[in-house]
Design a protein around this ligand. Structure first.
Ligand SMILES: [Fe+2]
Length: 409
């Protein structure tokens, strides 16, 4: 039975692992910000993220009027590709007024650090796994907009992680699911199995719902730049989000959490001026997550108001990276110098500050890690498939490479 324990291992799709899920990649990332208007200008107008859905988080709150007096009550879901969202942000003051910052120190401005797993069963099993280990969870279920099934565990220093399966994919129409399609939202662990998304959509179609009536981002900038043969509103295109870098108060405890509990692998550690920094991966990328001691925050000139060291954003090509830096500098963005030794695995990169002082690391290429030699000697596979074992140990290629993005059906 998938998700069941077997000799202190968990069965994930017939492969035995030390935890009942396998993180495939960073799915999205979120920040609590000072000024949503300035943040929208920076991430959408300048960097080109498109809003897939703005959601009023005060809409059903009994404190609606108070929250409206505190600030902008919208949570902005934005995307660079077909995932419904790859970057989200909301007003930090409203987030705190809703009591959502109570699990975290004041300088944790990460709204969510979100990792994709491969199935709903992995999400369901992860809930028990986190509960058994007394890892605090803020909630579990399925959120709309985005349609992703998830659980939110906190790391030891109050950064809210999220594991999800099956995020909504936005296609050529550019429209998100309409609000009337939000009926299968869950605020607790769903029973298994669930129907495929295809049937959910069929049901809406039978009800006569206009499936193309969801939000569509209004692109206001004219397409005036040629980017390798296509006219675009900016001289570059964001193609991927991550890695994330965090400043840590207790680096060893954070390292143990991300390696032992979450299943990251250590790629490399660097000691810079006496400070040990670690670089962790989930797949073949050099790192998806980097942990730095908080003493470096001030030493490097980073904002004291956030534990985020960097939000990585990958651009299409080296030429695009150079064009982006010129474009952003011409529009008043501040670019921060960071010693190259602190970002192994990423060659050419630069750090641009967002309006709240978060550092966005722009780069175009990340080193990829091959199969470790210790794993390359897989157990021999019997020729006759009928004599294969019921479960196998993780081999050299298990769960590596490009994952399937959206829901399974
Ligand atoms: Fe999320």
């Amino acid at each position: 039975m998938s998700g069941a324990k077997n000799e202190s291992c968990y069965d994930v799709g017939g492969v035995l692992l030390q935890r009942p899920f396998k993180i495939r990649r960073l799915g999205h990332f979120g920040l609590n910000v000072d000024d949503t208007t300035a943040t929208t200008r920076f991430y959408c107008e300048l960097l080109g993220f498109r809003i897939s859905d703005p959601m009023d988080i005060a809409e059903h709150s009994p404190n609606r009027d108070h929250l409206k007096s505190v600030g902008d009550t919208h949570l902005y879901f934005t995307r660079h590709g077909t995932d419904h969202h790859s970057f989200v942000f909301c007003d930090r003051k409203v987030f705190e007024a809703m009591g959502r910052g109570s699990m975290s120190p004041q300088d944790v401005t990460v709204n969510q650090l979100t990792w994709q797993v491969g199935s709903l069963k992995e999400i369901s099993s992860a809930i028990d796994y986190f509960n058994e280990r007394k890892v605090p969870i803020s909630r579990a279920g399925r959120d709309m907009p985005g349609s992703n099934w998830h659980v939110y565990p906190f790391d030891p220093e109050g950064h809210r992680n999220e594991l999800y399966y099956g995020i909504e994919q936005i296609g050529w129409l550019g429209t998100a699911k309409p609000k009337v399609a939000y009926e299968r939202r869950f605020s607790e662990r769903p029973s298994l199995p669930q129907m495929p998304e295809y049937q959910e959509i069929e049901h809406l179609r039978e009800q006569g719902v206009d499936l193309s009536s969801g939000f569509r981002h209004p692109e206001t900038e004219p397409a005036r730049y040629e980017v390798d043969g296509i006219m675009l509103p900016r001289p570059f295109k964001v193609v991927r989000v991550g890695p994330i870098g965090l400043f840590c108060r207790n680096l060893e405890s954070m390292e143990r959490f991300y390696i032992d509990t979450m299943g990251f692998e250590l790629t490399e550690e660097v000691v810079w001026k006496g400070h040990r920094c670690v670089f962790l991966r989930t797949g073949t990328e050099h790192h998806s997550l980097a942990l730095y001691p908080i003493a470096l925050r001030e030493q490097l000139g980073f904002s004291r108001s956030t534990t985020l060291m960097r939000f990585g954003v990958q651009l299409g090509t080296y030429r695009q990276l150079r064009s982006a830096l010129r474009y952003l500098k011409d529009r008043g963005c501040r670019i921060l110098d960071v010693p190259r030794e602190l970002t192994p695995g990423v060659e050419y990169c630069a750090y641009v500050l967002d309006p709240s002082g978060h550092a966005v690391q722009l780069y175009f290429a990340m080193q990829q890690v091959g199969t470790p030699a210790a794993l390359s000697a897989n157990a021999p596979v019997p020729t006759n498939w009928e004599s294969w074992p019921e479960t196998v140990h993780a081999g050299s290629g298990s769960f590596l490479g490009e994952p399937f993005l959206g829901p399974l059906g």
